[in-house]
Design a protein around this ligand. Structure first.
Ligand SMILES: C[S@@+](CC[C@H](N)C(=O)[O-])C[C@H]1O[C@@H](n2cnc3c(N)ncnc32)[C@H](O)[C@@H]1O
Length: 245
């Protein structure tokens, strides 16, 4: 554990009241799920090039991507629908994408092959450990956290990713003016995000809207999952915060 993560795991006076505050976050359960034959083929053919091994060593991004470019971290890409779209519409950025769900990793590899995407590398590992051990301070230009598990039940709220210790670590790993973009369709979580991100001293809200939420940035597509929610009348909230200089 590095110095930042030790500091970030201690209670902070800025922690908003009523927000669960564990020392470490276990934000996922390993779900069972069938890996299709297409995904298995993608693992075999594309895994060696696009999956990075987890290591306790700091990532050498230019070496693993084969070029120097702005680096965006994505936490929890699910089946990779938005991830592949964004990598396609932003060819000048490098995307480091973490996901623990094996069929999701297979699905993104399949999209990478089908769409001939070059600017994604996948870490099939807990993003919290990746942040702690593989990402240097001020090494990221952006962070995407789209529809993180809402952990609806009160007793499970402590599993949510967006809480003060992890946000402090994320903010420390952004370069000055780097961005943290979160989206959720669960209003209580949106409110927690606004409160926690607003309380992080290294960040400021980029939104000029009175409610503090951002207009959906045009690079983030409406996914199948999100469209279904919108048809059911659910709201969606985007938040974009910037690292102070
Ligand atoms: C509700 S899904 C959303 C997926 C996707 N972002 C989307 O918008 O459809 C959340 C995903 O985050 C992943 N996840 C949760 N915690 C994680 C962690 N600590 N490291 C890596 N992936 C994580 C889960 O496995 C799950 O696939």
């Amino acid at each position: 554990m590095d110095a930042t993560s030790v500091a970030a795991s201690q209670p902070s006076p800025q922690a908003p009241a009523g927000v669960a505050y564990p020392k470490t976050i276990k934000s996922f359960v390993r779900r069972a799920g069938r890996t299709t034959s297409g995904q298995t083929k993608a693992f075999e053919e594309l895994g060696p090039r696009f999956i990075l091994p987890y290591s306790g060593q700091l990532l050498e991004a230019p070496a693993v991507f084969g070029r120097n470019a702005p680096l965006i971290l994505e936490i929890g890409f699910g089946m990779g629908e938005a991830t592949a779209h964004i990598a396609h519409v932003r060819p000048n950025d490098n995307f480091l994408c973490c996901e623990v769900h094996e069929p999701g990793v297979g699905a993104l590899l399949k999209r990478i092959g089908e769409q001939d995407i070059q600017n994604i590398r996948i870490l099939q590992h807990d993003a919290v450990e990746v942040i702690d051990h593989m990402l240097a301070p001020a090494s990221l230009d952006g962070i995407h956290i789209f529809f993180p598990d809402p952990w609806h039940k009160k007793k499970h709220n402590k599993r949510r990713l967006i809480q003060p210790p992890l946000v402090a670590k994320l903010a420390a790993r952004l370069k000055p003016s780097g961005y943290l973009h979160c989206a959720t369709d669960w209003q209580p979580y949106a409110e927690q995000m606004l409160e926690v991100l607003g309380a992080e001293p290294l960040l400021h809200n980029s939104s000029h809207q009175t409610d503090g939420y951002a207009v959906q940035p045009d690079y983030r597509p409406l996914t199948k999952f999100e469209n279904r929610g919108l048809r059911l009348g659910h709201g969606v909230w985007d938040l974009v915060f910037l690292r102070r200089s």
